[in-house]
Design a protein around this ligand. Structure first.
Ligand code: SAM
Length: 270
């Protein structure tokens, strides 16, 4: 069975190690049994954000339970870029979209933040975490981004972690274009052995935009780089994803290739 092609990929909480059997929770067991209609003997890939990815085989499956035998490790855990997305919440479909796409684009943490003009009063962090988990399962990620409790703009800045730099998407005022700012940061990093880029975050405002006082406060902080995303006003979700993609391309893992052979696609020749 080692080397078998998995029919699906699941995030699990259990420790993953050779010769182990793990149990799945009710929701995942139901998904395998009633949605995918799998039975004993079927193979799937599992990952837990710490122990890489493993090939697992269904040993037993019933109503609300499933046991999996771990057959072999398919991929080992690897360091990932440390990029947070800090965002003012937006309406339901768009915030779900944002969480899903930010996960596909490799964000390590999603932090909702209430700003002065945020129109949404409540954030369902559990739903965002479910979106992130599903997107990680489908995008071959080995980790799932953490989703933090919503905080106020002031609280967020008071407790900002030392050493983490912040790219603020500022729709007005003096800013550097994002490509120019990131290239300069990369050039600076390349002068230091090992090219450390350090931990970063991208921040976007609500549909109503940042208040003048918020952008003024941000511009005064030594760890903030305000950037522009061009002459058009983007929706908040578009702005977040455009900024994350730019950051990954210049400072992150944008130059690496997907694990094509493992996903079941033939690796390109040459
Ligand atoms: N109501 C605002 C206005 O008309 O000026 C627009 C806010 S925009 C819909 C939401 C957020 O996306 C902004 O707060 C900003 O973070 C980001 N954003 C949108 N367009 C941008 C641009 N061209 N450059 C930088 N950030 C942008």
């Amino acid at each position: 069975m080692a080397g078998a092609k998995p029919v699906t990929r699941l995030y699990v909480e259990a420790v993953l190690a050779a010769d182990q059997t793990i149990g799945l929770d009710h929701a995942r067991a139901h998904f395998l049994r009633s949605v995918l209609r799998l039975g004993p003997g079927a193979c799937l890939a599992v990952f837990n954000g710490r122990d890489g990815e493993w090939l697992a085989q269904i040993e037993g499956l019933g109503k609300g339970w499933c046991s999996l035998a771990l057959l072999e490790q398919r991929r080992v855990a690897a360091p990932e870029p440390d990029l947070w997305l800090v965002f003012a919440p937006i309406k339901r479909a768009r915030i779900d979209f944002m969480a899903e796409k930010a996960t596909e684009l490799g964000c390590s943490l999603l932090q909702p933040m209430m700003t002065r003009f945020t129109a949404v009063s409540r954030v369902n962090e559990e739903r965002l975490a479910a979106n992130a988990r599903e997107a990680a399962e489908q995008s071959e990620r080995l980790t799932v981004p953490e989703v933090r409790e919503t905080v106020s703009f002031a609280r967020l800045l008071e407790s900002w972690p030392q050493g983490r730099r912040l790219l603020v998407c500022a729709e007005w005022g003096a800013v550097q274009p994002i490509a120019e700012a990131l290239q300069a940061i990369r050039a600076e990093a390349e002068e230091v052995p090992g090219h450390p880029t350090g931990p970063w975050a991208v921040m976007t405002g609500p549909e109503g935009g940042f208040a003048e006082s918020e952008l003024d406060a941000l511009r005064k902080l030594p760890f903030v780089t305000p950037v522009g995303l061009g002459p058009r006003i983007l929706r908040a979700d578009t702005a977040a994803l455009a900024a994350i993609a730019c950051w990954q391309a210049v400072l992150g893992d944008g130059a690496r290739r997907p694990p094509a052979a493992l996903a079941g696609f033939p690796a390109p020749e040459g």
